[in-house]
Design a protein around this ligand. Structure first.
Ligand SMILES: Nc1ncnc2c1ncn2[C@@H]1O[C@H](COP(=O)(O)OP(=O)(O)OP(=O)(O)O)[C@@H](O)[C@H]1O
Ligand SMILES: [Zn+2]
Length: 686
């Protein structure tokens, strides 16, 4: 998947952003057309005689011959026949039927002579022609137009149909945001560089006095949910100026010129109210690079040009500042980043351990906490989480506490909330079959056991086989002892074995494999590929960089940059690495089969086990103790202190050299942390 050359790198043909929008008018038009056609056929039907039926002229003559007709009325060339009551059982009953005349009416008169049928000729209806024209042409046209207008209005949400000059992109204005830097936790560097900007707004004279040029704008860059919007509001709040905010996608319209006129309106409005802040969220929606190999997008280009022109045009000494946020800075048009535009870049990255602790504290400010709460532990368990996740967790914990009838949040609530946010709620209505529970149990124990053996430590916070709403059938929750910023090669290799431990357990125990390892395989492949192409950890390619990372603030796709031949070899290397890791996982598990069986057995009965329980069973098996049948008696197992120090891996004596190497390597250096390390979930994706 990753080794396709990325042809959207500079292009602005990203379907995510403008595709659906641009297709909207076509959809709208099609819908209108369909509705109109339906109406049209309905009307013409009505015109042709409403409820009465039409019959052929031959049938009419047949009826005349059989004497079934009472009366005939001729108007234009349409005959309205009333069949005789007495012949009501005939084909046409006694309903009025219409026939289109197929011979000269003098012939018709001759035919009816002497049959006793009442015949009447009426003058043609002068309104009929006009009426039919109105109904078949004017009404549908009006209908089509009306519907089209309504639909376009809907989609435009406030923008006028022909937009230009009239567009009312209502910027969201806050006179006073009420947010200060205190509300933004962590992000100290970002706050520091924005503090200067606040000062500019407060006191522009101080800077212009000595000839310093004031900044026009700053670009906030970082992953979603890290608090970019919050920071922008805080700048406005600190400076006590109004806050105009609009999202980049609000500017992207289907009519050329609408976006540009919105930009113009926005700046006009803001200039009137300066000093103030304009905040453009998702600026990449308009600011995407203009040079494109697939032909440009006129509307967005015009909008972007207008934005550039406005930024060049205003006078900073009035105290107008533009903040913009994006999580895809690499796609922005370089023109936006030139001096005098968004020349300041403020990085708002994922919070580190300290940042996460602070964010939790900020959000727990108004929440009642009991004495068990330890934010450090929560922060440690949530590596990779962003501000909005953490805010969510605190709130979720408070809700859980209320649900459980307590009036303060406990550490247990918080941990449960972490799981709710990261893997979803427990899915009580999903009942796994006994066989499935066995497989999931062994799978999860496989992960945990492999990790324990490799790290020689209590591996997990907990193991569970209660299905979750986000798809996991079971998972292992790990809490690292400390935040890591680097991973050694050994650690990454161990991580690979850990990912594949679940599948290895399935194969060992059931002699067959399931779909449950899909996520593990994906993660393992990602790590293996990164080791070979980015971290220089392959013997074959050495230090050659074979891939570059894109969209580092989003999912972080990597793109191979090597020839086809090399790409094939990379695939082969990845395959080999995964294969070796899998073999290692199977080896570790089969050497510890008894412990695996006992722990899995216990997990099947209890559904959730803690790391402590896991270790107790493992040590007991290691010491050859009898494991109680009743799961509730596991707690009573007493492990002597000195036994707790014995290395988990029983092949220790055979591999003394590996142990030394292991300790040496862990203090070494390697690459960056992979947040997936914390949670390993498994699930059959429905
Ligand atoms: N550093 C932080 N301190 C306190 N709260 C935070 C922080 N970061 C995020 N939050 C919380 O997360 C919510 C969402 O953050 P915000 O909308 O500012 O993120 P964003 O980076 O603008 O995301 P997006 O890119 O999706 O627009 C905030 O309202 C706030 O409650
Ligand atoms: Zn798994």
């Amino acid at each position: 998947m990753d080794n396709k050359p990325d042809n959207r790198k500079n292009g602005n043909q990203n379907p995510d952003n403008n595709g659906p929008k641009n297709r909207q008018p076509i959809f709208a038009f099609l819908i209108c057309l369909l509705v109109t056609l339906t109406c049209l056929s309905f009307f013409t039907n009505m015109l042709r005689g409403g409820a009465s039926e039409e019959t052929t002229y031959d049938e009419f003559i047949d009826m005349v011959d059989k004497g079934e007709i009472e009366k005939v009325v001729l108007q234009d060339d349409t005959l309205t026949i009333t069949p005789k009551e007495s012949k009501g059982s005939g084909v046409y009953g006694s309903r009025t039927v219409q026939v289109t005349l197929a011979e000269d009416d003098s012939d018709l008169v001759k035919r009816l002579e002497g049959t006793g049928i009442k015949f009447k000729k009426e003058p043609p209806d002068p309104t009929a022609g006009i009426l039919s024209m109105i109904i078949s042409i004017v009404v549908p046209t009006l209908l089509l137009f009306g519907l089209f207008m309504v639909l376009m209005k809907r989609m435009n949400k406030g923008g006028g149909m022909m937009g230009v000059g009239k567009s009312k992109a209502k910027a969201y204005v806050q006179k006073e945001t009420g947010v200060t830097f205190k509300d933004v936790a962590g992000q100290d560097e970002a706050k520091e560089s924005l503090q200067e900007v606040v000062d500019f707004l407060h006191n522009p004279g101080k800077y212009t006095g000595i000839g310093a040029k004031l900044p026009k704008g700053a670009l906030l860059v970082g992953p979603p949910g890290t608090g970019k919007t919050l920071l922008a509001k805080a700048v406005a709040g600190e400076a006590h100026v109004p806050f105009y905010s609009l999202s980049g996608s609000d500017f992207v319209e289907m009519f050329v010129g609408v976006g540009a006129s919105r930009v113009r309106d926005l700046f006009e409005e803001a200039k009137k109210n300066a000093p103030c802040i304009i905040f453009i969220d998702e600026v990449d929606a308009i600011g995407k690079s203009r040079d494109s190999r697939f032909g440009g997008n006129d509307e967005r280009e015009q909008t972007l040009n207008q934005l550039l022109a406005e930024m060049d045009g205003f006078d900073t000494s009035k105290g107008l500042l533009i903040l913009a946020a994006t999580n895809r800075p690499e796609v922005l048009d370089p023109a936006l980043l030139r001096p005098g535009r968004f020349d300041r870049r403020v990085i708002v990255d994922r919070p580190d351990l300290k940042g996460r602790i602070e964010i939790l504290k900020v959000h727990a400010k108004d929440v009642l906490l009991d004495e068990t709460v330890d934010f450090d532990a929560i922060a440690l368990a949530t590596s990779g989480a962003v501000g909005s996740d953490l805010a969510n967790m605190v709130n979720e914990a408070a809700i859980l506490a209320v649900k459980n009838g307590r009036n303060a949040v406990s550490q247990k609530d918080l941990f449960e909330a972490v799981e709710v946010v990261l893997v979803g709620k427990e899915k009580k209505d999903r009942i796994l079959s006994i066989e499935e529970r066995r497989i999931v149990s062994y799978h999860e124990v496989g992960h945990a056991l492999v990790n324990a053996l490799q790290k020689d430590a209590e591996p997990v916070q907990k193991i569970t086989i209660v299905p979750r709403t986000m798809g996991a059938l079971g998972y292992v929750m790990q809490v690292p002892e400390e935040e890591k910023y680097l991973n050694t090669q050994k650690e990454l290799e161990a991580m690979l074995v850990g990912y594949l431990g679940g599948r290895a357990a399935e194969e060992l125990v059931f002699d067959t494999v399931t779909t449950g390892a899909a996520n593990d395989i994906e993660q393992a492949t990602k790590v293996a590929r990164a080791m070979i192409t980015q971290y220089g950890m392959s013997k074959k390619f050495g230090l050659m960089g074979l891939a570059t990372q894109q969209d580092q603030y989003l999912q972080g796709r990597t793109v191979l940059n090597c020839g086809d031949q090399t790409a094939t070899e990379v695939d082969h290397e990845v395959m080999l690495l995964l294969h070796d890791s899998y073999e290692e996982a199977k080896r570790l598990l089969s050497e510890n089969r008894v412990a695996m069986d006992k722990i899995a057995d216990y997990l099947i009965q209890k559904e959730t086990i803690t790391g402590k329980e896991f270790m107790k069973i493992f040590r007991a098996v290691q010491m050859g103790m009898e494991i109680p049948k009743n799961p509730d008696e596991i707690d009573q197992i007493e492990i002597p202190e000195e036994k707790k120090k014995v290395r988990l891996l029983k092949t220790e004596e055979d591999l003394p050299s590996e142990k030394e190497e292991y300790q040496e390597e862990t203090s070494g250096y390697a690459s960056k942390v992979l947040p997936e390390d914390v949670f390993e979930e498994d699930g059959a994706k429905e």
